[in-house]
Design a protein around this ligand. Sequence first.
Ligand SMILES: Nc1ncnc2c1ncn2[C@@H]1O[C@H](COP(=O)(O)OP(=O)(O)OP(=O)(O)O)[C@@H](O)[C@H]1O
Ligand SMILES: [Mg+2]
Length: 597
Amino acid sequence: MKETLEETGNILGIDFGTTNSKMAYMIMDEPTVIQNSEGKIMTPSVVYFDRNEKAIAGEQAKQHIILHPNRTVYSIKRHMGTEYRKRIGKAKYPPEYIAAHILRKLAKDAESETGRKFKNAVISVPANYSDGQRQAIKDASEIAGLKVLRMINEPTAAALAYGYKEDEDRKILIYDFGGGTFDVSILTVGKGFFDVDATSGEHRLGGDDIDERIIDFICKRIKKERKIDVKKDIALYQSLKEMAEEAKIKLSTTEKTMINLPFIGRDTKHPPFEMEITRTKFEELIVDLIEKTAQPITQALDDAGLDKSEIDDVILVGGTTKMPLVKDFVKRFFDKEPSSRIDPYEAVALGTAIAGTRESKEKSKTDVSDVVSMSLGILTSDGIISKILDRNTKVPITRKKPYTNSESFISEVMVEVYQGEGLYPWECEHLGEFWISIEPKPIFANDIDVSFNIGEEFGILNVTAMDRDSGSKRSVKLKASGRLSKREKNKWMKTMLSFEEAELYILNKLTRDRVTLNVNPDTKISDLKTELKKLGILCEEEGTSLFLKNKELGEKLLVRDINYDVGDTIEIGKKEKVENQTIASPDDKSPKRRGRK
Ligand SMILES: Nc1ncnc2c1ncn2[C@@H]1O[C@H](COP(=O)(O)OP(=O)(O)OP(=O)(O)O)[C@@H](O)[C@H]1O
Ligand SMILES: [Mg+2]
């Protein structure tokens, strides 16, 4: 039975991870993970660019890490919302474009796996992502052709996956230790209601760091025994990286494992290199990394005003929590057994799918309140930041604070907005500034109200300043910084499309014959027709195009330059109607593709 969009919402839930990404959707009110085209739940967040700048994402890309380390990008999530550009050959790619390839692969795989069209998505992000980073994820999704209906904090998503059927009031703590980030969140769950009390984390701590420790350990041994600097040999280093991760995963279930590097020492008198790593040794190497998670937990407990004994459930999320050392650490810290009832890998993706349902239905069983990820305030004349919205304040929110003039008889004051936890401007991120005119008065005599509002529109802070005496008022919308400009975003959208193969239906108006063709969405209709004629599929009679019967279309025919959307139907009829026509997909009124002359 086919479900309609209204029934389930064709919304793809995406857990975009540093190392792996996962996806899920709702089927019959149940969140379900979706396998990729390789039949796996996890899609490596890796992108490979070939010499023609064509990208491949996922498992296939991961295989290039060893062969073409300079053309392969991993852990791009760590660079979202920064000025970082990946140089590959002559090209310089922004993180948004690289991430877009991963998201595109997920969406395409989800479509072929489920037979649904996914144009809308709910994406999870680390709880401590700044607005700039969130915007970058949103831009990446748009470049990938996905509209982000909602962005949800990863721990909130995990709680949704766990708490969906909760009917008892509980304080839960989500301990999410993944490949690149560690997040901790404290939530109140009950009667289908979710409330984020506090979030904290370490956005550069994860399984990758654990792998690094193993690599270092092995490298030191090789250097000592063989006098070879593995880190100088990129290909060797990459294969060691894979091996280190494998060893780590093995050590979650076994007491010891072997590292074999037969290619080291092949040219020497030495036997191939091998060494044993025991779990005890491994744990000794990394215990400090695990213990580093204590500080953010304490911070989150402090922010929530809770003692650890007040936490009812501790939930483990993320691949790294599969390690016995992590489980033991959490158990010791809270003096209770943590829960991993739902696979730590899947929980976040399942939660995004559930959050998607909430977007598609007006009234939902589940209520999720999100919070301001970093404090927001303005710079005052004494050089410190006065916070107007504290970290972890629930949104949507409007809050007003009174200020005054620090000099006599001035006619203008500047409102400078900062984001961050620090007291001083250099410890925070400058979001923007504007001037407001005030009535010239003696020092401390003006009443200036500054209000901050964060509404439903994601990542936008509305700042209003008003001088009560003169009634002078100014409002500005501050967007997260570090964003791609509109022009850049469009450029990357086009680049993305130019490598795309779209499935296009061609309908002959007269005969109602229909054929399916794989084309590039940038292909011109005239070129397509020429190609179809060449293949003997189409003939032209007196201004009318007809398909020739009995001709089958080649499977993977690629024609360049048609500006149609994926899955569009184009009609071939009268010649003049066909040429230079631009068709938008029925549910997308805005002409996303560039118009051709
Ligand atoms: N059995 C295991 N034992 C130890 N580590 C594991 C195990 N399975 C997977 N991992 C590690 O878990 C990490 C991936 O976890 P996960 O997929 O949850 O992270 P992610 O979502 O990509 O990252 P993040 O949430 O930080 O963005 C990798 O570092 C991987 O090596
Ligand atoms: Mg994760």
